[in-house]
Design a protein around this ligand. Sequence first.
Ligand code: GLU
Length: 323
Amino acid sequence: MNKHLVGAFVAASTAFGAGAVAAQDDTFVTIGTGGVTGVYYPTGGAICRLVNRGRSEHGIRCGVESTGGSVFNINAIRGGELEFGVAQSDWQYHAFNGTSRFEEQGAFEDLRAVFSVHPEPFTVVARADSGITDFEDLQGMRVNVGNPGSGQRGTMEVLMEAMGWTMDDFAVASELQAAEQSQALCDNNIDAMVYTVGHPSGSIQEATTACDSVLVNVTGDAVDMLVEENPFYRVATIPGGMYRGNDEDTMTFGVGATFVTSADVSDDVVYEIVSAVMENIDQFRGLHPAFAILEPAEMANDGLSAPLHAGAERYYREAGLIE
Ligand code: GLU
């Protein structure tokens, strides 16, 4: 938790800009993201940048926090510690329905969808000298399965269960944070890392440039079954040529990154935030290469399994983006 708070402070000061002074009636909102070398962190930064530009009109001050990822963000929204978060579509679904790793806590009925963002393939990167080329090859290897609270840790566990694997199938199962794993890979402390992340991402760039490493195919019966049985999973391709030493396409499955909040956050605040992003969508697309393909009509509809927040719904109706 301390780590998150430190990250939050640094991130928030950056997002607000040095020397900015809060007006007394400003409304503060914080977006929970992920590790600083992922795509959630720049996603939160891009949203806040567009929101904060209109601060003199709407009085909303938006800041970002680097966190442990999807599951952490959803739980922090539930606990009222964060107003917004970025979360994988599979964990949005399970949190709202009280299924999978949210079964014990029960359904988070006040979880609300705001919009979907970029696709996130389940990405496995291995040291080139490990000989790993397919997901099955991870057995007996040193694998970073992700920190608890991250989306990839949850999705990895779901996939492992579908494969009939436990953590004992690995020589070592480490729990490093997303931002630490590329260095661990290149330092030869692990053979492979998993990350559910948009592309290109700083983390995978680091893993493929600081040492020789390869993107690993994640295919087979277990993956086919997961895609067939769950609306939030789909087959995904990471195009070749995006990362050094990886010229071929990589076949895997994936989810979508989504922007979520709680029904407790006011309609006007959510309306203003959605409006700041949608009215400036061209600029938003330019803020990260993973956003280049985003379309407002898809953002308002795809990959959202929790109900739309009423403020978002109002904007989408006005803009003709939903029926
Ligand atoms: N999908 C990851 C998670 O849910 C985060 C990816 C990112 O930070 O871009 O934890």
